[in-house]
Design a protein around this ligand. Structure first.
Ligand SMILES: Nc1ncnc2c1ncn2[C@@H]1O[C@H](COP(=O)(O)OP(=O)(O)O)[C@@H](O)[C@H]1O
Ligand SMILES: [Mg+2]
Length: 283
């Protein structure tokens, strides 16, 4: 233990009140959905959802098609506005801000600032086709974070090398395989230094042999970085091995959630059992 850490530990040991306050802050959810509701016309897609995510937690989101999984990630990424409820990120309301003691819809600037803590990777890689892998990775850090080209390039090369693509910096998306493109998309999201990463079925568009290389990168992120991750996936094996918690969605609600061992070995609800039977039979 570093000397400073030791000192702080001693201080906490001596002062239980201090220790509680510090622990509370460390354990406070980094993402908090409170009564989050999303409707498209008459269709309720997220139905009064409450969900707390702890810092560094890895949450797998599973459930039938159309149950609201992508919508959950999209509203967190502020790609879709909420119909009701509130989302907090790092203790700050995402789409609202305090003004004169009241919560009011947030300014675009506030939303940008809170959202900069979040990165997202989609099923379809969404790379800019006219830019090389490196250019894709440095664009937002330069434009949004104001990094110089030199700084952004350094960061971009480091990340592309982390995802195993050091040799492909100057390739265009059309010159890369699906798995490679998806790894560029992950490097591009990481270049913004998010605290929270959202993955929406990131291997669904890939041939089975290319899934592995993308999942390995995600595993590495989990092992080596203190990111909080929310991952929508149909790969039960990966969810079991990787996640700290599995949330099962049905019709815009979480009907069951548990650590993976418990979730997969002893699902409590009939709807969960039915879903798990169906996905196992499909294999
Ligand atoms: N922009 C939209 N307009 C209307 N309906 C939508 C829109 N986006 C999603 N939906 C509907 O919301 C429901 C949930 O969608 P989604 O969150 O994508 O489900 P999942 O990711 O679990 O398959 C679906 O019935 C879908 O058709
Ligand atoms: Mg989806």
């Amino acid at each position: 233990m570093e000397l400073r850490e030791k000192e702080q530990q001693m201080k906490r040991d001596l002062d239980p009140a201090l220790s509680t306050a510090a622990d509370d802050r460390a354990n406070a959810p980094i993402v908090r959905f409170r009564n989050v509701t999303k409707r498209y016309g008459a269709l309720t897609v997220l139905d009064g959802l409450d969900l707390d995510i702890a810092p560094h937690e890895k949450v797998a989101i599973i459930g039938p098609s159309g149950s609201g999984k992508s919508t959950l990630l999209r509203v967190l990424m502020t790609l879709d506005p909420l119909s009701d409820g509130i989302i907090e990120v790092d203790g700050e309301p995402l789409t609202h801000e305090m003004q004169g003691g009241k919560l009011v819809p947030a300014s675009a600037r506030h939303v940008r600032q809170v959202r900069s803590k979040i990165g997202m990777v989609f099923q379809s890689f969404n790379l800019f086709p006219h830019m090389t892998a490196l250019a894709n990775t440095i664009e937002a850090p330069m434009r949004v974070l104001g990094l110089s080209k030199k700084e952004a390039t350094e960061r971009g090369r480091e990340l592309l090398s982390m995802v195993g693509l050091a040799e492909k910096c100057n390739h265009y998306p059309s010159q890369l395989s699906g798995g490679q493109q998806q790894r560029v998309a992950i490097a591009r999201a990481l270049a913004m230094r998010p605290k929270i990463m959202l993955f929406d079925e990131v291997t669904s568009a890939l041939d089975p042999e290319l899934c592995g290389e993308v999942l390995n990168v995600i595993r590495k992120l989990g092992d080596e970085h203190s990111l909080t991750m929310l991952m929508v996936t149909h790969q039960m094996g990966f969810a079991k091995e990787f996640a700290d918690r599995v949330c099962f969605f049905s019709q815009g609600k979480i009907i069951e959630q548990a650590p993976p061992q418990q979730f997969f070995s002893a699902p409590q609800h009939e709807r969960t059992r039915q879903f798990l039977r169906a996905v196992t039979e499909a294999l």
